[in-house]
Design a binder for this molecule. Structure first.
Ligand SMILES: Cc1cc2nc3c(=O)[nH]c(=O)nc-3n(C[C@H](O)[C@H](O)[C@H](O)COP(=O)(O)O)c2cc1C
Ligand SMILES: CC(C)CC(=O)C(=O)O
Length: 364
């Protein structure tokens, strides 16, 4: 590819060329047959936009609030692990790019830069993603460190009691490096000749007994708002509202956990209808275009989180690459809004999209 990348897919190709196979496969891959991985993206293609015409779109404003914080667009950086495997600057580069784009970043619990390094890298609103270890005191300590370092919310990931079966990682014997955050607390480095070291680490360390009552525990150790990430059904959305969390993220973990779980965009509306506006609903999974963001907003998400495309930007061109990916998605969203007759984020409502289900009903 001689010229500059013009879309996320071209950034993915650059990342593939830049990265060792083991790392590229880890970032890009999904669970088992990778059915949901493919469908996360393809399900967006089946949603059609219903543009309105003759609207004055000479000024399109993408600014909005996410969990009460002002941002330049309804776009966030999803928590993804181990950015130093993509670029030596790691999460610090991602954080700076997110800040430059006036976008919120969620830092992964499994980051390669420390919470403190990311916090001091630049001034911006940031959220902290949490995994609960069997040794809960370590997770509690991390929550305190996030709080002390100015992170504004805790995103509790609930879809990984065990790690999904990622076959490329098994074949590549994907490494599990020591993470600086946990130095002196726990060894994250695992060496096994059998399969994925990351999987071996997670199965020994993640608390697979975590359940609804533990939200009470988390609330008791932090005053930060808590979001639950990994909800895919109306039943669980209602429970989340009942236990009093501040928000939820509709997510299937980028199709890396349960294969044949639903493509996230197909269940967003079910969750929105269950939540009835009581708490904000964020969304991730398969967002590769501004039109995808527009569709998720029309179906009720407050904002979308971007996972792999950010890593592809980082791997291809470091901090500047992340900035380019986020700017690209913002530009695409702005154009989509203009061409659909929406001047502001709140204008993007349900009547701007037609889903597969809508089409089915039309035929009945
Ligand atoms: C390489 C990689 C690492 C990830 N690490 C984490 C993590 O540490 N914590 C977490 O909650 N989610 C993690 N996720 C899931 C993302 O937060 C997000 O749900 C997903 O990437 C969204 O899908 P997308 O990649 O299609 O945008 C990871 C995803 C990828 C691709
Ligand atoms: C190190 C892993 C547990 C991070 C993760 O959530 C993932 O790879 O999907």
């Amino acid at each position: 590819m001689g010229s500059e990348p013009v879309n996320v897919s071209e950034f993915q190709e650059l990342a593939r060329q830049a990265l060792p196979k083991m790392y590229y496969d880890y970032y890009a891959g999904g669970a088992e047959d990778q059915h949901t991985l493919e469908e996360n993206v393809k399900a967006f293609h089946r949603i059609i936009i219903r543009p309105r015409i003759l609207v004055d779109v000479s000024r399109v404003d993408m600014s909005t609030t996410i969990m009460g914080y002002n941002t330049s667009a309804p776009i966030m950086v999803a928590p993804t692990a181990m950015h130093k495997l993509a670029r030596p600057e790691g999460e610090v580069a991602t954080a700076r790019a997110a800040a430059a784009c006036d976008t919120i970043m969620a830092l992964s619990f499994m980051s390669t830069c420390t919470v403190e390094e990311v916090a001091s890298s630049c001034n911006a609103v940031r959220f902290f993603q949490l995994y609960v270890y069997k040794r809960r005191e370590i997770s509690a300590l991390m929550v305190q460190r996030a709080e002390r370092n100015g992170f504004k919310a805790i995103i509790l990931t609930v879809d990984a009691p065990r790690l999904g079966r990622r076959e490329a990682d098994i074949k590549n014997k994907m490494i599990a490096p020591q993470l600086k955050n946990f130095e002196g607390l726990i060894s994250t480095e695992v060496h096994t000749d059998k399969g994925s070291n990351i999987e071996a680490f997670a199965s020994g360390t993640f608390d697979d007994s975590l359940c609804w009552k533990d939200i009470g525990w988390l609330k008791s150790i932090t005053s930060l708002p808590i979001l639950i990430k990994g909800i895919l059904t109306c039943e669980d959305a209602i429970k989340a509202v009942e236990v009093g969390v501040a928000g939820i993220v509709v997510s299937n973990h980028g199709a890396r956990q349960l294969d044949y779980s639903p493509p996230t965009i197909t269940v967003l509306e079910e969750v929105i209808l269950a939540v009835q506006g009581r708490i904000p609903v964020l969304f991730d999974g398969g967002v590769r275009r501004g039109t995808d963001i527009f569709k998720a907003l029309a179906l009720g998400a407050q904002a979308v989180m971007i996972g792999r495309p950010v890593i592809y930007g980082l791997a291809a061109k470091g901090e500047d690459g992340v900035r380019q990916v986020l700017s690209m998605l913002k530009d695409e969203l702005e154009l989509t809004m203009a061409l659909s007759g929406c001047c502001s984020v709140k204008d993007i409502t349900r009547c701007y999209v037609m889903t597969e289900q809508d089409r089915l009903h039309c035929r009945l």
